[in-house]
Design a protein around this ligand. Sequence first.
Ligand code: ADP
Ligand code: ZN
Ligand code: ZN
Length: 764
Amino acid sequence: MRYASVVVDIPTRGLDRAFDYAVPDALAAHVEVGATVLVPFSGRAVVGYVVSLAQEPPAGVPAEKILPIKQVLASSAFDAAGARVALWMAEEYACPLATALHPFLAPGQRTRVVRSDTGDWTLVNEKAGPVDDRWVRLSTGASAFTPRKNATKQREVLTALAAGPVRMAELGAMLPGAAASVRALAKRGVVAVEVRRRVRGGETTTLSSARAARPHALTAGQRAALAAIDQAREAACGDVVLVDGVTGSGKTEVYLDAIEHTRAKGKSALVLVPEISLTAQTVGRFRSRFGDDVAVLHSRLSTGERYDQWDLARRGEAHVVVGARSALFAPVPDLGLIVIDEEHEGTYKQDTAPRYHAREVAAHMARERGCALVLGSATPSLESLERCREGAFGGAHWTRVRMPERPGTSVLPTVRIVDMTKQPKSQQAVFSVPLTAAIEGVVRRREKAVLLLNRRGFASFLMCQDCGCVPECPHCSTALTYHERTHELVCHSCGRRWPGYLTSCPSCGSRYIGAYGIGTQRVEDELGMLLAGLGPAGEGVEVIRMDADTTARKNAHQELLERFDAADCAILLGTQMIAKGLDFPEVTLVGVINADTTLKLPDFRAAERTYDLLEQVAGRAGRGVRPGEVIIQSYWAGHPAVACVATHDRDAFAASELAARSEAGYPPYSRLSNVLVWGKDERAVRACTDRIADGLRAAVGRGWEVVGPADCVKARVKDRFRRHVLVKSPVGSNPGPLIAACVQAAAPPRGVSVSVDVDAQDLM
Ligand code: ADP
Ligand code: ZN
Ligand code: ZN
């Protein structure tokens, strides 16, 4: 008899351990680590996950007291190392064990079960699972067969199949009632029906840059990076290599070669890319090197597509998995290498439980699996830079390799900062004089330009010129955004809308209330006017707008980029989503319309994020033969986050920023956890937050600091009051268990929710 340790999926904090069950002989072949099973628990049948197996019953428990597993619901989704990573996540991020296991499960798998008439239980899956297509084809020797005279349908079926096999579903759609004829014909051996597994989610693109050819020679920086990665992989103990390479320095090329070396040793590789830059272009470059050995996982795929791509990895048919954050948990056998591109991106932090950071989980996973971790960025996070400076973190070596140059003759673009406070105030134009001139130059030379409109932060809200009042949503304390086309004020926290434009200030009554900040539509309109002023040359320019509205449709993102790629002379106008990863060699101008809206956000990372965004978008210019120019319009031209971009001097920016962080005791010099409390009853929320803060203050040791409680910046969302407490703890401390215990001791009442966010990225 074997025994299984099972984590039951009942998310209660008090229940946080695995329970032991016996494996009945009948199920022995199917109960593996990572399997989803049905077990008896407190007199009910509940779903659980097998995290380990043993030959002996657990010590101190008589074997006959141990209940048997009832049924296996799904085959293995993770191995023993994966289970250990999940147990670590549960502790590190203060979440229930079952929650930490969820990211490992097959796409679409739910935790609910239903019972059939026969008494068997099945998991409720979200339209996933494999799809099998039935194909019909003519058998050899079918030509010898002649249908009876009145068997018209059979004759039609045979005619349809003459050109080759047809999917049963299509045949049925073409010739209603074909199924009966196919059955009759199959009985006589005239046609054959075969089941073919269909793999969903393989995309293709016409983008020229997606087929990037292998370069003739690597740069010195690329060779150094590859050598460091090979060494880390050979060491097989979770060592980390930070590839700190300027935009266009050939980081992707390094990943491709490092994966090739990994494959040559018979190992697999996992590549994480921010969702937003997981475009057809990126995927295309991996496919063009590794072909069908690539599985792709991201949220724009349907559940079925994700399942099939995930299963390709599990069955060992694809050895290179490219995907967004959650692809980290894909069941890749024999992992040799994990790559995280744009490692500084905030999107690597998940904002629902388990609130993990992919970089941290990957570092832990690399140690568990004995593989190498590669972090790549043109703007590495201050956390990673600090660990490389130390040379080690969490028992692994951290090495930084710099790639300061672009290959060949391509050079970093020249950057010019335009101080908007010194521009003529008269017409309140979107485009400054230098940016207007530069756009005209691009049109004259028939080149391409990218214009970034920084939309995060306080863009296109209304502001009173007399008292500075900004109208807010009465339910969410969020600045309302004005939408010009629909003439509505919209709250982006709760989605409420108010028709019309305010004609006077709600606070002081002044009539000088107007739109501050600009929307993409307004920029598009002004750009149209600018181009019209250029006569026939301006008419031939393709303007492509890329924002949340124009990319809502599936594949819209890719289609817009393909249009930009194919155009002769074009301007791509967009929000943050155009800043990353695009590689169009014909782009010679990048314009940033409003650099500093994100600088005003109340978050200690605001400056770092603004610098990253500007440096990244600047890197879209001059990637080809022709040199590039960047023009940044700013109201805070002297701020280091803006000024350092002009010299591409990340070190200067990091030095000024690290000094400020050290002074205030912020990461990377501490760990910062955010305990968020929310609910409709303000008094209950306040009381609960106070209890948590008091408990924390009593529990923490030296070097720890408890900040708050305070209202969140978004003090109300959807009529819920939001308060929070911040916990700063030393680097290397383990705040999760302590905070979890304090939250539990504070016993949040019904109607009050609490979330614990360790290493929080979002403090709003
Ligand atoms: P990054 O990921 O650092 O932004 P990419 O890997 O996209 O840079 O490389 C930028 C461009 O330079 C691509 O078009 C790529 O094909 C090309 N490239 C990369 N390495 C080399 C090299 N060693 N020699 C010539 N061209 C290269
Ligand atoms: Zn006012
Ligand atoms: Zn609201």
